[in-house]
Structure formats: C-alpha cells, structure tokens
Design a protein around this ligand. Sequence first.
Ligand code: ASP
Length: 338
Amino acid sequence: MKRRNFIKNAALTSAGLVIGNSLTSCNNSESKEENNETIVSTDEEKLPLVIATWHVKNATARAMEILQSGGTSLDAVEQGCMVEEADIKNSSVGKGGLPDRDGNVTLDACIMDKHGNCGSVIYLQSITHAVSVARKVMEDTPHVMLAGEGAKQFAISQGFKEEDLLTETSKKAWEDWKIKSEYKPIINIENHDTIGMLAIDKNGDIAGACTTSGLAYKMQGRVGDSPIIGSGLFIDNDIGGCVATGLGEEVVKTVGSFLVVELMRQGKSPQEACEEAISRIVNKPNSNYKDFQVGYIAVNKKGETGSYSIHQWFSMTKFQDGINEQIQSDFYYEAENS
Ligand code: ASP
C-alpha cells in the first residue's frame, strides 16, 4: 500500500459517525482514482488527544492529565508547555534556553483558543513561563502581542516572578560557542527545538500553544515564527490546528501554520497539508533548504494527525487512547526526494 493511501481520511469519526460523500469528496483526485474502497485510518480519532513537537512525553502526559480530568484544551496546552519551560535540561525553551549571541535569554510564545482568540509575547526576558504570559495577554488585555520590556512589566504586574533564565549549563554553552564562532550576523543553523502543542478536549474543541527561546545564538532582537499567529501556530476550531518548529524565518515567509490549516479546510488530511507546506518552502526559487530544518505537526477536527519535516530526526509526541508515544517518521522531504 502506498503511504499516501495509508494516511487517507478515516471512514469513521471518533463519535462513530459514518462519513458520507461530503468528506470523501474532499479527497484529492489521486486518491480517488486509486481507492474505490474505503480506507480506515490508523488514527482512530479517540478524544481527547494531544500532540507536540519533538520528544516531550512529560509535557504531553501533563496535558493529557488536564484533558482526562475534564479540563479544556486551552488549559492542557498551557500546562503541557509549562513542563518544558520549567525543565532546565531543555535548552530551547524557558529557563535554561540558550541565549542570543550577546548572552540574553529571550523568549517567544503564543497561545490560541477555540474561539480564535490569541495572545503572544515576544522578546520576553527573565520570566520562565512565557506561554502563561501569552495567555494573560490574550485574556486580560485588549491586545494580542506584547514585546520586550512591556511584556516583562505586564508579567510582573500579573504576579510572575523574575528569574535569571541563563543557567550555568546554558552560559557555558554560549561561552564555548563564542570561542568557536565568528561573531557576525549570519543566519543561525544551531539547535532549534520549539515546543508546539495541539490538543482536542472531550468536547472536541481545539487549542494550541507554542513556546521557545528561539534560535540559539541569534542576533539580539531577532524574533522567529513562534510568537507569530499564523506562522508558528494557527487554530481554527472548525477545521484543525498546526504548529511549526525549525528555522522560523522560513516559516514566516510562507505563513506556515495558517497555510496548513487552510489546506485542511480545502480537504487535505493533516499529513498531506504538512507535506504541501514543506514543499512550498523547499520549492521556492533559490531555496537553500539543505541547510535548515522546518517541521510541522497538525491535527484536524476529527482527531487525525500529521507531521512532516524537511530533514530526518524530526519527531512528534502523541498521547491518545492511553498511549503516550514519540513518533519518529521515516518520511521526510529529503528522503522522498533524493
Ligand atoms: N522556530 C523557532 C524560531 O525560529 C526555533 C525553534 O524551532 O526552536 O525561533
């Protein structure tokens, strides 16, 4: 069976409803020609579910705990992301995140709920839980984004504690990098592991969040895709959601997460939508995609999921139906197009 058939739309939803012509007509022409029979997805779309970028089982476990106890998808994604933000061993988010090339740890985060409300913080310093500040921006201000000192002062006014986010380990890594690297403003290709999370709660409502310290050793003031609604994250509760990780500049240029959700709206499965969004990046004229990584994960309203990246080693953690697992796909752009 071709992989594309394997990941086709499900015949049954989690609610046990038979999908009629309206859904099957969403399938692309390739699949209709190849499939006269109904393909049953391997995702049985049992709700609730949570997915996240990379290998973050503790975070998805926390999110699922919230969902199982009847919490909302919004609470789940916030609490799940907070696990990684507090983990000083995770060098790409929150406390312990690698600094910019001047030694400043600056955090970007955003969150989006089932109503299409969103909040975001950019260049936030000295506050570990950027995702929670983003939620406060969404819920307690008339704005969507707060940046820099204003974001920090807002957080403090809301009771967040100031902390030094540069740990001994991250300081040492930065000092080692400075010795080895030419100090000039080139695009970084160093570590990048943004934590993006999408959840569907028992009511079928979708929320998402994204949190990062951004590219390691970025230029001071640099902001990537992660706090930009539509780039690092997008949710449409009627359709699905998507989050991105990798070189944010490339995600921003293609408004990646919004693109994935819109492709799902047009009938693509989450997997197909992620693949198309990656192909938009690599097929741009003069794309130097061999030098950077971008990965997307997505979920649709039925609970079907997808993930795709340019290069190897991207993974998704998925918690559904009692199973919390890291899914490392053998399918990525480079493998399929070499
Ligand atoms: N997307 C993030 C950024 O560009 C990096 C990451 O994925 O860690 O800031």
